[in-house]
Design a protein around this ligand. Structure first.
Ligand code: ZN
Length: 660
């Protein structure tokens, strides 16, 4: 698979693959303030500080990358010093340029030179940078802002989903589920009886009626002999048919794997539902996509990102296959966003900390391309650890401080009371997590932890506290993704520890997963605090954003709207009307900062991206409307007209004039 693919790679990548080794890898309205030369110097100074901070990590830097960094830095200084003399490549004029600088300043114009921002400020001063070959683009008053930084997504899965049998997150009855999957089977009727059917984006938590059971019998009733694997959109549960269980060798006697659960029916036989690590047993017997198919999926993902205005992303579960897919897209000239990758370390791998860290560090050496440059590149600087599953019923695999509620009454007359189930043990016990975080940091790897329930969050914060004892301050960035339920006692710890919550704003609304799948199971007190984005901001946390695509559809503008309003789309119906919980929601500038500058900070990339300031990379987007001049509900309808990465347009809406 991937290792063979990497060995074939020669030429452009070869000099970056210093230290490549064939080791085993894991699986899967605003003040106008003046700017100009001062801004240029500030940008350069920031870059200088960041570089020295990075070297403090003691992260192994390939020598060539180190020289490239020095050269890039010298060039940046030269560009800054020569700002008055060298003409800009492009100047965007007459806009509402929302910078997300320290004061959320709004400017008129932005000039690009050598893939970086040469100037942000007034039209007249920007025009002074024009030369005979400078492209002038009249924004016609449109809003221009930093490119979006999506700090947690699964782009290869997202891209693959765009290309396969897709249930599209819809609410379905069992009969509808069956007919949709049957249709996919019928469309691929030429496939042999041993060919797997993989089905994506099953919104298990929104099945009709609420909580209805789906088992292998649901799929066994379909007209096929093929093995079927249906992936829940949350990514933590799968439904398979009997044939699939047989091929995976799962029977009544199969023990649960570490970090997973095989569901059983009353007779003791596997029901067909597999939670977390348990479905990996099936994944292991499904033929892997070819490297070429993976590159296609990566390219489909990158194209979708360009349309959304995403210019930097984090793959929050990187494996060698995924890294190779994006490296392949890059070699083909199709890497149109800056890719960051968090290498997955499984609980099983975490049992051997030195080996797990060495494996992740080896992948970083092999695929990381060094300091950012104008042309998008790959950065491998993070590890990913799953601390628990999901809080939503029926999985209830989020690790909770106190038990989930259970219905002690009847369906007609429910009586919800605390039960005895607190979810699983945290997948990385403290005795493993804390030394693992320190060992990874020593290797220059920063943690990105999945924690959904308040006990998982609490232990993640404990882990970061242990990390900070060895690496104080912010030299190591530490992110906790999802944070759906956080104990109010832990709100202030994010600021104290510089722990970065990476939130998926689109979850912060009444919907089947929150209202039907969580409210009663959490009980009224915890439900008040569900998806506590506003509470965390009030407690001083620096919140970042991650779509978690394809857990949900890739729709960043809907997410921003929900982050501000905490309301669903009216089309969701009266059941899901109103706001979610008691959280006040986010002010729009806070939400925008989360999805730009703060996510850049999460990725340790804030000296290059996340705001529009002289010296930073020219990553920005132009919108069809000014999001500060419309009701927040309309933000969901925003269209990106132009996406620019490193000064180069990577997506342009047909309605936006071609620059020239
Ligand atoms: Zn995720």
């Amino acid at each position: 698979m991937i290792r063979a693919e990497a060995k074939q790679s020669q030429g452009a990548l070869a000099d970056r693959m210093i230290g490549a080794r064939p080791g085993p890898g894991p699986l899967g309205v605003l003040p106008m303030t003046p700017s100009g030369a001062g801004g240029v110097l500030a940008g350069c100074a920031m870059i200088a500080r960041s570089k020295s901070a990075r070297s403090l990590l003691g992260r192994p830097q390939p020598r060539a990358a180190g020289l490239a960094a020095l050269l890039a830095f010298t060039l940046t200084l030269a560009q800054g010093a020569g700002a008055a003399a060298a003409p800009a490549d492009a100047i965007y004029l007459n806009g509402y340029v929302y910078t997300v600088d320290g004061a959320d300043s709004v400017r008129q114009a932005l000039a690009v030179r050598g893939g970086r921002i040469a100037y942000v400020g007034s039209d007249s001063e920007a025009r002074a940078l024009a030369g005979p070959h400078t492209r002038l683009i009249d924004l016609g008053g449109r809003m221009l802002m930093p490119g979006l930084v999506d700090g947690h997504m699964h782009p290869l899965e997202g891209g693959a989903v765009l290309l396969e049998c897709n249930l599209n997150y819809e609410r379905l009855t069992v009969a509808q589920l069956q007919s949709r999957i049957q249709a996919c089977l019928d469309q691929t009727s030429q496939a042999g009886p041993d060919t797997w059917l993989q089905v994506a984006n099953w919104f298990r938590e929104a099945m009709i009626p609420n909580g209805v059971a789906t088992t292998r019998a649901t799929l066994d009733a379909l007209k096929t002999r093929r093995p079927i694997f249906v992936m829940s959109s949350f990514g933590h549960s799968a439904l398979v048919n009997t044939r699939a269980l047989q091929l995976a060798g799962i029977n009544a006697a199969t023990p649960d794997p570490l970090g997973g659960r095989i569901d059983h029916d009353p007779s003791g036989a596997p029901s067909g539902i597999l939670e977390d690590a348990a479905y990996q047993k099936v994944v292991a017997v499904i033929p892997k996509p070819t490297p070429e198919q993976n590159v296609k999926a990566a390219e489909a993902a990158l194209e979708a990102m360009g349309r959304q205005g995403i210019t930097t992303f984090l793959d929050a579960m990187a494996t060698p296959e995924k890294l190779a897919a994006f490296a392949g897209a890059e070699r083909a000239g199709h890497l149109t966003a800056r890719g960051h990758f968090a290498v997955l370390i499984t609980p099983e791998e975490g049992r051997d900390i030195p080996r797990a860290v060495a494996t992740a560090a080896g992948l970083a050496r092999r695929f990381d391309q060094g300091p950012a440059r104008a042309e998008p590149s790959m950065t491998v600087r993070n590890i990913k650890l799953f601390l628990d599953g999901v809080i939503t019923a029926p999985a209830c695999t989020g690790a909770m401080l106190s038990p989930y509620f259970t219905n002690a009454g009847t369906a007609a007359q429910p009586r919800w009371v605390p039960g005895s189930h607190r979810g699983p043990d945290v997948y990385f016990p403290a005795a493993v997590l804390q030394p693992l975080l320190v060992a990874a940091a020593r290797a220059g790897l920063e943690p990105h932890m999945h924690a959904d329930g308040d006990r998982a969050v609490h232990e993640a914060l404990d882990g970061i506290a242990a990390l900070r004892k060895v690496f104080p301050g912010s030299a190591i960035r530490a992110a906790i993704a999802h944070d759906e339920i956080v104990s109010p006692a832990d709100f202030a710890r994010y600021r104290q520890l510089d722990a970065i919550p990476v939130l998926s704003f689109q979850w912060e609304k009444p919907a089947p997963d929150t209202v039907d799948g969580a409210r009663d199971y959490l009980g009224p007190e915890r439900f008040k605090y569900t998806e506590p984005a506003g509470y965390l901001v009030a407690a001083g946390a620096r919140i970042a954003y991650g779509s978690d695509w394809p857990v949900d559809a890739l729709d960043e503008w809907f997410a921003i709207k929900v982050g501000v309003t905490r309301e669903n789309d009216p089309a969701a119906g009266p059941k899901y009307a109103g706001r979610l919980g008691s959280d006040a929601g986010l002010k729009l500038p806070v939400a925008i900062r989360a999805i730009t500058a703060n996510s850049a900070y999460e990725l340790h990339a804030e000296s290059d991206v996340g705001s529009l300031e002289a010296g930073k990379l020219a990553d920005f987007i132009v919108l069809d409307r000014n999001i500060f001049r419309i009701p927040p509900q309309q933000i969901a309808g925003v269209k990106v007209l132009l996406t620019v990465v490193g000064g180069r347009p990577v997506y342009r809406d047909a309605t936006f004039p071609t620059p020239d």
